[in-house]
Design a protein around this ligand. Sequence first.
Ligand SMILES: C[S@@+](CC[C@H](N)C(=O)[O-])C[C@H]1O[C@@H](n2cnc3c(N)ncnc32)[C@H](O)[C@@H]1O
Length: 224
Amino acid sequence: MTGLMRNANGSLFDFGPLAPLYEGWYDTDMGQAFDRIQRRDVLSLLEPYTPGGMVLDVGCGTGHWSGFFEQLGFRVVGVDVSELMIREARLAHPNCRFQRADAVRLPFSDGSMDMVAAMAALEFMAQPLDALAEMIRCLKPGGRVLIGTLNRLAPINQQRLLEGEEPYASGRLYSPSDLWRLLSRFGRVRMVGSTMQQPASPVAGPPPGDAFADSSLLVAEVLP
Ligand SMILES: C[S@@+](CC[C@H](N)C(=O)[O-])C[C@H]1O[C@@H](n2cnc3c(N)ncnc32)[C@H](O)[C@@H]1O
């Protein structure tokens, strides 16, 4: 599949064929190391949080993050355009609910969610602005949107793009300042960058200079 070709399902890349293999990444040493620091950085934005609320995980894939939010004590519903990814998610996380839906048409009422998350998903959505507007629509007053996204500037992602490695090459990866500009249309933004070296500190407002340049994943919250 060539870069930026729009998949009929609203995804820039069809993850379906990867579905049975997808969780395998988290079993590798590198996958486990990334997962650990990314969870740490997500928590640095979420804390303090009140368990028990309703979380919508958009572009949930095999439900990896849905399972994490459930472990934190949330009730979780995940959606994805790929039926094959949803099938894996249902098998792996029986306590979460999953259904097929496009992020631009979320089948939930206005103001029904305490948090809406999209982890490593926004950069693969064909219509990210419309998807963000939908996520905000579903939020309760006082709720937040949580976005985790691959950092275009990180050396590991630069290398993947240079080599045309999929699915990265089909995605539309954001730099920290691109991401801040996109998200700040919707509310106040705080951002952290995941690196192996040190625990991240969230930054409010536009990220200064080359902030987070080494971070493979950017994690941001939007408070409308
Ligand atoms: C890189 S995977 C991330 C999966 C999961 N969030 C995780 O971090 O393990 C991106 C997912 O976004 C989904 N996706 C892409 N565009 C979408 C859209 N418009 N609506 C819903 N899901 C979408 C893909 O099908 C895929 O499962």
